[in-house]
Design a protein. Structure first.
Length: 465
């Protein structure tokens, strides 16, 4: 293709950039969220020359997948929205004409500053990730890997309950790595994609070599929802060999799962041992303060897509305090409020309106009453003691501290009064309960590790059937 000047759109057409924004929505629906996130989302529109639209792919593997499966649909869909477009070209960084690279970098920076474009569910970047003590370690390590400074730990396992931000961080790593170290080959895929592509390659023996080459070629291999392959022995063996091959060449492997290595059910012992020896971080449950910040970030995202959308501050605070759980639960709540806002004719969603619109969701979050007995049961189990031991009237630290923790959580998570809690712990006075509550609260403020332990127990209580 001969090099031409960057084509400026006149008012008769919507332009290639706007056309691509609309096509992204179509491609998301057609190819699904997993494929879209791995291959289409990192694709960047660089320029248009003589009716040919140039795109920049994140890696050689992504480019090949896009050329094979997406480009023909990209061409046809773009022409539907902008008939002047003749065709597309998907290039790697070094294949882009040199005088257009600055334009490509400017577009990337503009996209990062603006957040997610229309059609993308949300901006999975470091800038849009809300952090606090519950996820700070994971966030810091993710930034190190994206910058190319994480090779000291060639395999990194990120784990948490669903919806706590693992996919967000993995996507941010892939995005930032493509920007900061474009010479690195980056491949991001899900465990389900790894499983399906490997099984398809086994059925077509001629494709087995191509699959191995594709997943072992990257300098940075990222696999989300790794737990999906657990229990699939042949796939686990292939994953083990893949990890060894990538890291042996000096590359890095990043995986995310719902549990740490010890908790992955069905995992082969050899691979489990490999992961136990890897660096790992856990993302803990967000507290009310972080949930509030996540809600505010999501509101800003919706406001970019739907100007005028507004939720009252006290409504956001109510949701943050009453909806425990994952970011996905908060996303669902805000989508419900967006519907309420549209139905109301575009007036700000008030506290009362939010409570009415989210009545079912808030009931699901709080209807199941947590009892003092439930708190005692989970705390005793956490500290590997019997309920009788937990309730024993002794000052031995090994028993008194868990008992104080149980009293603290009973005050925080149940509707029981202080005298009632004291009675259920064997007849303690309400002042003893107050002392335990205040003592543990002070330790939580002083010790990040202790705070994480308490949050883990609280999460276990909420999930207890």
């Amino acid at each position: 293709m001969e090099q031409g000047e960057f084509a400026r759109r006149d008012s008769a057409g919507i332009g290639s950039a706007r056309a691509y924004e609309l096509v992204r929505k179509d491609l998301l629906k057609e190819f699904g969220a997993d494929f879209f996130r791995s291959y289409i989302d990192p694709l960047r529109l660089v320029a248009e020359m003589d009716g040919v639209v140039l795109f920049r792919a994140g890696s050689q593997v992504a480019k090949e997948r896009l050329l094979q499966q997406v480009q023909h649909r990209l061409d046809s869909q773009l022409r539907l929205y902008e008939p002047s477009i003749v065709s597309t070209q998907i290039l790697l960084e070094h294949e882009i004409p040199s005088d257009l690279r600055e334009l490509a970098d400017a577009r990337i920076e503009e996209a990062r500053a603006a957040g997610a474009p229309p059609g993308q569910p949300q901006s999975f970047s470091f800038d849009s990730f809300c952090q606090d003590a519950s996820n700070h370690r994971a966030f810091t390590v993710a930034q190190m890997i994206a910058a190319g400074a994480g090779v000291a730990f060639p395999v990194w396992l990120l784990h948490s309950a669903p919806g706590f931000g693992k996919t967000h961080l993995l996507s941010a790593i892939a995005q930032e790595a493509a920007i900061r170290t474009p010479e690195r080959k980056v491949l991001m895929m899900t465990g389900q994609e790894f499983l399906e592509q490997f099984q398809a390659a086994l059925h077509k023996k001629r494709d087995a070599g191509a699959f191995k080459e594709a997943v072992r070629a990257p300098d940075l291999l990222i696999i989300d929802d790794f737990h999906r392959i657990c229990g699939k022995r042949a796939t686990e063996e292939e994953a083990f060999d893949t990890f060894n091959d990538v890291t042996r060449r000096g590359g890095q492997v990043v995986i995310a799962a719902n549990h740490g290595a010890a908790g992955l059910e069905g995992l082969d012992d050899t691979l489990r041992a490999r992961l136990k020896g890897a660096a790992s971080c856990e993302i803990l449950e967000a507290d009310a303060s972080l949930r509030r910040r996540i809600l505010e970030m999501r509101v800003q995202h919706h406001q970019r897509l739907t100007p005028g959308f507004s939720v009252a501050s006290d409504a956001l605070q109510m949701i943050a305090e009453r909806m425990h759980g994952s970011g996905r639960d908060l996303d669902g709540a805000l989508c419900q409020l967006l519907i309420e806002w549209k139905i109301s004719g575009g007036t700000e969603v008030t506290l009362e309106a939010a409570a009415n619109a989210l009545q079912a969701k808030l009931s699901d979050a709080s209807e199941r009453r947590i009892t003092v007995q439930l708190v005692q049961k989970v705390v005793a189990r956490h500290y590997n003691m019997s309920l009788a031991q937990l309730l024993e009237r002794t000052r031995r630290h090994s028993i008194a501290r868990p008992r104080q923790i149980a009293m603290f959580l009973a005050c925080k998570m149940t509707h029981a009064s202080l005298p009632d809690i004291g009675a259920r712990f064997g007849g303690f006075d309400h002042t003893t309960v107050m002392y335990a509550r205040d003592r543990i609260a002070a330790l939580v403020e002083q010790d990040v590790t202790f705070k994480a332990e308490i949050e883990n127990i609280a999460r276990a209580i909420r999930r207890e059937p």
